[in-house]
Design a protein around this ligand. Structure first.
Ligand SMILES: NCC(=O)N[C@@H](Cc1c[nH]cn1)C(=O)O
Ligand SMILES: [Zn+2]
Ligand SMILES: [Zn+2]
Length: 479
C-alpha cells in the first residue's frame, strides 16, 4: 500500500502522549526475573511468555504459544522450554509482511553484583530506566508492540502485515527455536517477506543499522581429580590438583596480546577487505569515550579501525568463570576436586561451529596430554551459534536510512555487532528471507552488565523509528 497517506506527526504525538504507560509496561515486564540460564527461574520465564502472549491477544492479534519441547540439563534431568509466542496483525496479501523477532528472557542479575538499584525494579534516574533486560531486549520488544498499538489507537491502517516471534531462551543460545522455525517454514513463515531484529545497540549517540553479528561457541572444560574436596595443608603437594591443570590449559587459549592460539582458528577468518577498512575508518567512534565508559586506561589496540575490526569481525576468546572453584568471602583452604571452566569463542565468517568444536577439543586434549596428569578432562560445546552478515545494499537498509532520517534527521551509521543473535543465520537459511537489524538501544546501556538501562529517549524515539520504518518497508517492491 505505498499510496496511503503517512500520518507520521499524528502517530509520533500519540507515542509522546503514551510515554508514562509505556514506562509502566516496561516496569511490569522488568519485574519478572525471566533469567533463562537458571532453571530455578523457569516458572518466571513461563510467566513472561504468558504475559507477552496476553498483551498481544488483548490487542487483537492472532496469537499462539508454541510448545518447543524440553531442555536436557547437564545432570540428565529435563525441564520444559519456555513456549515461543507467535502473533499476527493483518493478512492483506497486497501488503508486505514483516516478522519482528525479539526475546524476553534476560541475563542473570543480583543486587550484590554491584547494582546501584534493584535490578528487577525499573528505576528512573534522570530519564534513564535502570533494570535487567530493560534494553536487552524488553524495551525494544515493547517498542515494536507499541508501534502496532499506535496505529490501532489512531485507527490508521497498518501499512504492512506484522508478525511477531518472541522467545524466552535467547540468552542461552535459543534452544529449541531452530526446530520450530524449520517446522513452521511453510506455515507461519510462508508469507513473511522480511525479518526485523532489534536486539542490539548503537555505536555512539548516532542511530545505526546493523548488518552483522558474531557467532558464539560456548564450551565447558571439566577437570576431575580426587573423589572429594581436600584440605590443602594435609594433601597439598601430594596430589595433582584439578584447578592447576585447568588454569594451565586455559592459559593456552589466547595470548596476552589477544592472539587466539588454537590452531586453525585464525586461518579460517575472512581477510579484512579494503572496503571494510574504509568503512570502519569513516565511522564516528571516540576511543577515549569508549575507554571511560567501561573504566579502562588501555585497550588491546589504539586505533579505531583495529578496535572496530576486533569488536565486530575477528574472533575472540573469553573465559567467563569456573564452576566448583572457591569464590566466597574468606579464606577457605581447599583443593577443589572437580572444576568446570566456562569459556566462549565469538566467531565470524568464515568460521564454522562444528569445525571450532573439533579444533578446540583436539587442541585442549593435546595440551592436557602433555601435562601427563592423572586427572580427567572433558570438553563439551554447549552452544554453537553461527555468525550472520547482511548485504548493506539491500533495499531494507535503504528503508532504514530513510526512517532514521525522518525521525532523527541524520544519516545512520552502518555497523556490525560483536554480540550474537543465535537464531539470525537460521532465520535466513530456513526462510530464505532477508534480515535487517534495527537497533534502538544506546551505546552505553550496559547489556549483561550491572546497571543495565534503557533511556526514555531511546525507548520513545525508537518506537517512532519503528513506526517510520514500517511506512518505508511498505514502499519496497513486493517480490
Ligand atoms: N542481545 C543479544 C545477546 O546478548 N545475545 C547473547 C546470546 C548468546 C551467545 N552465547 C550465549 N548467549 C550474547 O551473549 O551475545
Ligand atoms: Zn538480546
Ligand atoms: Zn543479551
Amino acid at each position: 500500500h505505498p499510496d496511503h497517506l503517512f500520518e507520521y506527526e499524528k502517530l509520533s504525538q500519540y507515542v509522546d502522549s503514551q510515554q508514562e504507560q509505556y514506562v509502566q509496561t516496561l516496569r511490569d515486564w522488568v519485574a519478572v526475573e525471566s533469567d533463562s540460564s537458571d532453571v530455578l527461574r523457569r516458572p518466571d520465564c513461563h510467566r513472561m511468555m504468558n504475559m507477552t502472549a496476553e498483551k498481544l491477544r488483548v490487542m487483537g492479534g492472532m496469537v499462539d504459544l508454541v510448545d518447543i519441547g524440553i531442555q536436557e540439563l547437564p545432570d540428565g534431568k529435563t525441564v520444559a522450554l519456555p513456549k515461543v509466542v507467535t502473533a499476527q496483525f493483518g493478512s492483506d496479501q497486497r501488503k508486505q509482511t514483516v516478522c519482528v523477532y525479539g526475546h524476553v528472557d534476560v541475563q542473570p542479575a543480583k543486587l550484590e553484583d554491584g547494582w546501584a538499584t534493584d535490578p528487577y525494579n525499573l528505576t528512573d534516574i534522570n530519564g534513564n530506566l535502570y533494570g535487567r533486560g530493560a534494553s536487552d531486549n524488553k524495551a525494544p520488544v515493547l517498542a515494536w508492540i507499541h508501534t502496532v498499538e499506535a496505529y490501532q489507537a489512531l485507527n490508521i491502517e497498518l501499512p504492512v502485515n506484522v508478525k511477531f516471534v518472541i522467545e524466552g531462551m535467547e540468552e542461552t543460545g535459543s534452544n529449541g527455536l531452530d526446530a520450530m522455525i524449520t517446522a513452521q517454514r511453510d506455515t507461519f513463515f510462508s508469507d513473511v517477506d522480511y525479518i526485523i531484529i532489534s536486539d542490539c545497540g548503537w555505536l555512539s549517540r548516532r542511530p545505526a543499522l546493523t548488518y552483522g553479528t558474531r557467532g558464539n561457541c560456548y564450551f565447558f572444560a571439566e577437570v576431575e581429580g580426587p573423589k572429594q574436596d581436600l584440605h590443602s595443608g594435609v594433601y597439598g603437594g601430594t596430589v595433582i590438583e584439578p584447578m592447576t591443570d585447568l588454569i594451565g590449559i586455559l592459559d593456552t587459549l589466547i595470548s596476552p596480546s589477544g592472539q587466539i592460539l588454537i590452531p586453525g582458528i585464525r586461518e579460517a577468518v575472512a581477510p579484512l577487505s579494503d572496503q571494510e577498512w574504509k568503512m570502519y575508518q569513516d565511522i564516528e567512534f571516540d576511543i577515549d569515550n569508549f575507554k571511560s565508559k567501561i573504566g579502562v586506561s588501555q585497550l588491546m589496540y589504539n586505533n579505531k579501525v583495529d578496535l572496530l575490526a576486533h569488536r565486530w569481525r575477528y574472533p575472540t576468546v573469553t573465559i567467563h568463570g569456573i564452576d566448583g572453584a572457591f569464590s566466597g568471602p574468606g579464606t577457605k583452604t581447599v583443593i577443589p576436586a572437580k572444576v568446570i571452566a566456562k569459556f566462549s569463542i565469538r566467531q565470524v565468517p568464515d568460521m564454522d561451529p562444528a569445525m571450532v568444536k573439533k579444533q578446540v577439543t583436539d587442541y585442549l586434549n593435546s595440551v592436557f596430554a602433555k601435562r601427563k596428569s592423572p586427572n580427567k578432562l572433558k570438553v563439551t560445546m554447549v552452544i554453537g551459534a553461527k555468525p550472520w552478515l547482511a548485504e548493506t545494499k539491500h533495499p531494507l537498509y535503504e528503508a532504514g536510512k530513510a526512517a532514521v532520517k525522518r525521525v532523527f534527521n541524520v544519516e545512520p551509521d552502518l555497523i556490525r555487532e560483536g554480540g550474537t543473535i543465535p537464531i539470525a543465520k537460521t532465520f535466513e537459511d530456513v526462510t530464505g528471507k532477508s534480515i535487517i537489524m534495527l537497533p534502538i538501544g544506546g551505546f552505553d546501556d550496559g547489556l549483561h552488565s550491572q546497571n543495565e538501562k534503557m533511556s526514555r529517549y531511546n525507548y520513545i524515539e525508537g518506537t517512532k523509528l519503528f513506526i517510520a520504518y514500517l511506512h518505508e518497508v511498505a514502499h519496497l517492491k513486493k517480490d
